[in-house]
Design a protein around this ligand. Structure first.
Ligand code: NAD
Ligand code: UDP
Ligand code: UDP
Length: 338
């Protein structure tokens, strides 16, 4: 070990190293790396509500204590400030590995995806925990197949500005499969498509959070390029349901988890205008390098093997995010909630 690791937990690891998944279990010990972040904190809410004991491991790079503060004082909840690039000793049954600098402004030059994933796989191997990796649709790069199936190998520039994230997650998938084949670790891989909802970072540059914050602040919506590039936007509760089904199910994946509803950025801007402010202006900006032209998940595999599909359409989910953003931007006292 390169540093003195934490040794925390609820007791000894499952002696068999395996959990009888067919049985109804109570009180699993689950670590959620990145659990103070946007997706992670919603996952933690569901796990705690189900009666599990949850340890959140987060270095607060983009996550916030506020996202999990409502669990403070609950004996089934523990929060550890820790960078997963450093080794970590815990005794747990399941690992949801979400820690990752997830947006373009944060992810450059960070070894989390490779070293952090390696450490969490080493942990899973040692204690016999099941390990779920949250990979990304970015592994498909600028896809030449549309919509993208899990069998598609992708079209990624290895030396571009986004490569650190794309290739980092591709490497994380490789490590995950190697630990499965080589060390018998039980693994699951989710490829997550663009997800939005309450608790998203307000200023991390992603398109939904940018447009919503801009419309609320009466600033123009910044559309990059010609705005004809497409993305498919999934509401966070649908994603969390998919992640939990994947973890509990018998299939390794990878599974695409995303909403197949596809929108151009101009269409998204229109939905934001409809939802928040019909008078919001649109301002065109130069696009970033290597921006994927289109992206839409083929979710047949998840439908068939996990019995999962998204339920919340963009026009239903967006207002839920808007009221959260309104509160965080203006505080409770200003403007009504949406
Ligand atoms: P987020 O930034 O809100 O959450 C990531 C969390 O990881 C944060 O709390 C951050 O502080 C923590 N973290 C980062 N580096 C860490 C480190 N070295 N050690 C410990 N903690 C660390 O992002 P999110 O949207 O919630 O993303 C969660 C996961 O889902 C990520 O792995 C991301 O790649 C994946 N994903 C998200 C989307 C999306 O649209 N939100 C799409 C594809 C994949
Ligand atoms: N690791 C960890 N927690 C553990 C077990 C391992 O953080 O409980 C880290 C360990 O520091 C190593 C990585 O996981 O860097 C891979 O561990 P593994 O045992 O697979 O490899 P080795 O240490 O044998 O190279
Ligand atoms: N985008 C935009 N305006 C913004 C931020 C992003 O038009 O203010 C575009 C961006 O160029 C990309 C799409 O929206 O084509 C999605 O960007 P995001 O960073 O949200 O997700 P990703 O590119 O990782 O799918």
């Amino acid at each position: 070990f390169s540093s003195v690791p934490h040794r925390l937990g609820f007791g000894s690891a499952n002696p068999t190293g395996k959990i009888p998944l067919g049985l109804k279990r109570k009180g699993l010990r689950i670590v959620v790396t990145g659990g103070a972040g946007f997706v992670g904190s919603h996952l933690v809410d569901r796990l705690i509500a189900r009666g599990d004991s949850v340890i959140v491991v987060d270095n607060f790079f983009t996550g916030r204590k506020e996202n999990v503060m409502h669990h403070f004082g609950n004996p089934n909840f523990e929060l550890i400030r820790h960078d997963v690039v450093e080794p970590l000793l815990l005794e747990v049954d399941q690992i949801y590995h979400l820690a990752c600098p997830a947006s373009p402004v944060h992810y450059k030059f960070n070894p989390t995806n490779v070293v952090g994933t390696l450490n969490m796989l080493g942990l899973a191997k040692r204690v016999g925990a099941r390990f779920l990796l949250t990979s990304t649709s970015e592994v498909y790069g600028d896809p030449l197949q549309h919509p993208q199936k899990e069998t598609y190998w992708g079209n990624v520039n290895p030396i571009g500005v986004r490569s650190c994230y794309d290739e980092g997650k591709r490497t994380a998938e490789t490590l995950t499969m190697d630990y499965h084949r080589g060390a018998g670790v039980e693994v699951r891989i989710a490829r997550i498509f663009n997800t939005y909802g309450p608790r998203m970072c307000i200023d991390d540059g992603r398109v939904v959070s940018n447009f919503v914050a801009q419309a609320l602040r009466k600033e123009p919506l910044t559309v990059y390029g010609d705005g004809k590039q497409t993305r498919s936007f999934q509401y966070v509760s649908d994603l969390v349901e998919g992640l939990m089904r994947l973890m509990e199910g018998e299939h390794i994946g990878p599974f695409n988890l995303g909403n197949p509803g596809e929108f151009t950025m101009l269409e998204l801007a229109e939905v934001v205008q409809e939802t928040i402010d019909p008078d919001a202006k649109i301002e065109f900006r130069p696009n970033t390098e290597d921006d994927p032209h289109k992206r839409k998940p083929d979710i047949s595999r998840a439908k068939e093997l996990l019995g999962w599909e998204p339920k919340v359409a963009l026009r239903k989910g967006l207002p839920l995010m808007v009221s959260d953003f309104r509160q965080r931007i203006f505080g409770d006292h200003k403007e009504g909630s949406n």
